[in-house]
Design a protein around this ligand. Structure first.
Ligand SMILES: NC(=O)c1ccc[n+]([C@@H]2O[C@H](COP(=O)([O-])OP(=O)(O)OC[C@H]3O[C@@H](n4cnc5c(N)ncnc54)[C@H](O)[C@@H]3O)[C@@H](O)[C@H]2O)c1
Length: 245
């Protein structure tokens, strides 16, 4: 059991996309990384690549989330950072969104984020830092790829992050949030097969393109590091200037 001063981070959704890129950045910066994902094989692969610890978790399941943080405590004996990148998108047209779809998206994106923050806070010492992952969809009400269930869930993540920041400050834990714009990950791949759609979305940014996952991961790594020590309850929009207009 490693009981040294190496900081330890849990990255949910670490098996793919933004979470996977973050695992690589954190490992490079000297963190021990717990790669947590519903896709156990993907978590194993990333953990092997970054020299981390893989754990399979369903963030929407309270017992599963409890088991994740118990396993991390048993393995490392400390917890310094949490990034909640596990998420699902939904692109169903408004009139066709079922209650079941709405609930499924919220179970992962909202309740999953809440459960991870709550359980991580029980294990973190003072100085702990958390970063959630919302989306510009939560600010704009969608309008890129995700529709109402997704946009509403990401709006909830924005508010949840601020609320958690207020509640956990007294414990010496800071909570911040990133709101990415379109980012080239498997989540977006199918929607971006429609090149006209992709051109429209990328044309809305100042930079005329989507983000690479590492460009979001760098910002999250900064928000988890002591270099952002006076940043609390903040949402960092990383969208190539899309929200400017
Ligand atoms: N890609 C984008 O354009 C974009 C833009 C804004 C926000 N985001 C957000 O960034 C986050 C990461 O998305 P991504 O683009 O890297 O997508 P991705 O699909 O590449 O990765 C998401 C990961 O979350 C995991 N996951 C899904 N449900 C889970 C659950 N219940 N429990 C545990 N793990 C689960 C998946 O297995 C996957 O590995 C998401 O919250 C997404 O909404 C993405």
């Amino acid at each position: 059991m490693a009981r040294d001063h190496t900081p330890v981070a849990v990255v949910t959704g670490g098996g793919s996309g933004i979470g996977k890129a973050l695992c690589a950045v954190l490992a490079r910066e000297g963190w021990s990384v717990a790669v947590a994902d519903r896709d156990a094989a993907a978590a194993e692969t990333v953990a092997r690549e970054v020299g981390g610890f893989a754990h399979s978790v369903d963030v929407a399941d309270e017992t599963s989330v409890g088991a994740l943080f118990a396993a991390v405590a048993a393995k490392f004996g400390r917890l310094d950072g949490l990034a909640t990148s596990a998420g699902v998108v939904d692109t169903t047209p408004f009139a066709d969104i079922s209650v079941a779809t709405f609930e499924r998206v919220h179970a992962v994106n909202v309740i999953g984020t809440f459960l991870c923050i709550r359980e991580a806070a029980k294990k973190m010492q003072r100085g702990g830092r958390m970063c959630t992952v919302a989306s510009v969809a939560g600010k704009r009400g969608g309008g890129l790829s995700g529709t109402a269930a997704y946009a509403a869930s990401k709006g909830a993540v924005l508010a949840l992050s601020r609320s958690a920041a207020r509640s956990l400050a007294a414990q010496g834990i800071t909570v911040n949030c990133v709101a990415p714009g379109a980012t080239l990950t498997p989540m977006l791949a199918e929607r971006f097969n429609d090149l006209e759609h992709r051109r429209r979305v990328e044309g809305m940014t100042l930079l005329g393109r989507s983000a690479e996952p590492a460009e979001i991961a760098e910002a999250i790594a900064w928000l988890l590091s002591p270099r952002s020590s006076f940043v609390a309850g903040e949402t960092l929009t990383i969208d190539g200037g899309l929200m400017l207009d």
